[in-house]
Design a protein around this ligand. Structure first.
Ligand code: DC
Length: 230
C-alpha cells in the first residue's frame, strides 16, 4: 500500500534570494515543518573541519553526511531553529563565510548529496513540509505540490547580505560580498550533480524589486490556488 506523503512546498534559489526567510515565514504560517537543506551541507563542512577530514576525502565526507548527529530545535517559532551538531550549538558557526565556501565544495560531491538524501526525506511529515535549498524541486522532492524558484540580481543579493552583516555589527565589503556570491552561484549552477536550476514546473519569482511580504503574499496565493491553504 502506498503511504500518503505529506504535502510539500519547495523553495529553491541562489544565496541571498530571500528563500530562507520566506521558507521560515511560510512554514510558521501553515504550521508545517521546515527543512533548511543548505544547513545540512554547512553541517557536513563543519563536521569535516571538526574531525580533520580533508574536503577531497569523498568517502569520509559521505560517512559524515550519513552519520553526523544533528538536531534542529524549534524553540521560538519567530527565530530559525537552534542547530546542534554532536551536542554543540552551531547555529551561528555554520553561517560563517568560510563554512559556506566549504559547504559549496562538499555539495558538489555526488556521494555527499546521496548521503544527505534520506535525512532530507525524513523531514517530510504531516501536516506538511516547506523545504528550501537548490535542488528541492528538482531532485529531493520532485513530486512537491508547489515549487517556487526565487531569484534576485546579484547586486541586490549582495546588498541584502551587506545589510544583514551590518545589522549584526559585523564589518563587510560590498564588492567582496558580490564577488563571493558570483563565485558561489557559478559553482552551484555549473556542477554536474543537482545544479541550481528551476524545476520545469517551478514558478519563478524575481524578488529584486520585491519586499519579503510581497513575495510571501504571492507564494501564499499560489498555495491557495493549489488547495494547500484554505
Ligand atoms: O543556502 P546555503 O547558502 O546555506 O547553502 C550552502 C551551500 O550548500 C551552497 O553553496 C549550496 C549548497 N546547497 C546545495 O547544493 N543543495 C541544497 N539543497 C542546499 C544547499
Amino acid at each position: 500500500m502506498n503511504k500518503r506523503l505529506a504535502p510539500t512546498i519547495t523553495i529553491d534559489g541562489p544565496s541571498g534570494s530571500g528563500k530562507g526567510t520566506i521558507a521560515q515565514k511560510v512554514a510558521k504560517a501553515l504550521g508545517w515543518h521546515l527543512l533548511d537543506s543548505g544547513a545540512l551541507y554547512r553541517l557536513v563542512a563543519l563536521a569535516a573541519r571538526n574531525h580533520g577530514v580533508p574536503l577531497e576525502n569523498e568517502e569520509s565526507l559521505q560517512i559524515l553526511a550519513q552519520n553526523m548527529d544533528v538536531q534542529f530545535l524549534v524553540e521560538d517559532p519567530e527565530q530559525p531553529p537552534r542547530v546542534v551538531l554532536e551536542g554543540d550549538t552551531v547555529t551561528r558557526d555554520i553561517r560563517a563565510e568560510d563554512v559556506g565556501r566549504d559547504a559549496s565544495a562538499v555539495a558538489a560531491l555526488p556521494s555527499v548529496r546521496a548521503g544527505l538524501l534520506q535525512r532530507q526525506h525524513d523531514f517530510r511529515q504531516e501536516p506538511g513540509l516547506v523545504a528550501d535549498g537548490r535542488d528541492m524541486g528538482t531532485v529531493v522532492f520532485p513530486d512537491a505540490q508547489l515549487k517556487l524558484f526565487l531569484t534576485a540580481s546579484v547586486e541586490e543579493r549582495a546588498q541584502r547580505r551587506f545589510k544583514q552583516l551590518q545589522d549584526k555589527g559585523m564589518s563587510a565589503n560590498l564588492a567582496d560580498l558580490q564577488a563571493a556570491l558570483q563565485l558561489r552561484d557559478e559553482q552551484d549552477m555549473t556542477r554536474p550533480v543537482a545544479p541550481l536550476v528551476p524545476a520545469e514546473d517551478a514558478i519563478v519569482i524575481d524578488s529584486t524589486d520585491m519586499t519579503i511580504d510581497e513575495v510571501y503574499t504571492e507564494l501564499m496565493n499560489h498555495a491557495r490556488n493549489q488547495g494547500l491553504v484554505s
